[in-house]
Design a protein around this ligand. Structure first.
Ligand code: FPP
Length: 253
């Protein structure tokens, strides 16, 4: 682990890592356990990855914890996920505070059960001064939902004359998204080998580097994260420019 860590270039860290935590159900099935057990084990992986990102001094970590489509799962599984989420928040509060981690959330939070929402808002408030890392939980989140909401809000501002049509740019549109306080992710990790975005941050991932691993989320460790970051550091991010242009930019700075 430490040899892998020493291969990470601290100057080229992703500022923002986003993760689609997938495979809890398959992990449980392979072990003849209930899906809930898979989610329970998934919480340990959440703890490990939050700790690893904090140690590496990554500024933003977004975790896709519950999609807007996940409400369609059997109510027993939805209830168990809500209970796990609440327990995680209650248990993790002190740890987040101690480590200077600010908790935030994106998604249709109104749909969360009242007690979960209350706990979430309390931990968000309690940790608001954390300045070492921002942990963003995507809860009841769907990118299409977020984009439609943003478009409606922008249309209202256009109608009310708060902005003019000529002023509308991708950056202005971004400012209407729930993610507006955060930079776009540099690295997206998806576990369990699925090659899909599953309605996650569709707008924000336009230039994000993608890393897919077959590891199922409950088996995910710090080592897996370090491998993903190492792979990311080998890539050249061109943002639509040529390789020569990018090399020139580096030479100038
Ligand atoms: C995907 O596995 C995972 C989820 C739908 C939920 C992720 C939730 C956790 C890891 C625990 C709660 C999170 C926090 C932050 C406290 P899946 O059930 O879709 O797996 P499958 O595709 O193998 O069935």
């Amino acid at each position: 682990m430490s040899d892998l860590k020493s291969k990470i270039d601290p100057e080229k860290l992703p500022r923002h890592v986003a993760i689609i935590m997938d495979g809890n159900g398959r992990w449980a099935k392979k072990k003849f356990l209930s899906r809930i057990k898979g989610h329970e084990k998934g919480i340990n992986a959440v703890r490990e990855v939050v700790e690893a990102c904090r140690e590496l001094e990554i500024e933003y970590l977004t975790l896709y914890a519950f999609s807007v489509e996940n409400w369609r799962r059997p109510s027993s599984e939805v209830n168990a996920l809500m209970r796990l989420l609440k327990n995680y928040l209650v248990k993790e509060r002190d740890n987040l505070l101690k480590n200077g981690i600010r908790l935030r959330a994106i998604g249709d939070l109104e749909r969360l059960p009242g007690d979960v929402r209350q706990t979430l808002f309390k931990v968000i408030d309690d940790t608001k001064d954390g300045d070492k890392m921002t942990l963003i939980l995507a809860l009841s989140y769907g990118a299409r939902w977020e984009i439609v909401k943003a478009a409606l809000r922008m249309a209202n501002d256009l109608k009310d004359g708060k902005i003019r049509e000529e002023e509308v740019t991708p950056e202005v549109f971004s400012s209407y998204l729930t993610t507006s306080p955060y930079p776009d992710p540099d690295l997206l990790i998806r576990t369990s080998g699925e090659l899909r975005l599953s309605n996650f941050l569709l707008w924000q991932l336009a230039y994000t580097e993608l890393y897919i691993t077959p590891t199922l989320w409950p088996d995910y460790t710090k080592r897996d994260l370090l491998e993903a970051i190492r792979d990311y550091q080998k890539r050249e991010r061109r943002f639509g420019m040529t390789s020569d242009q990018i090399t020139g930019l580096h030479a100038e700075s």
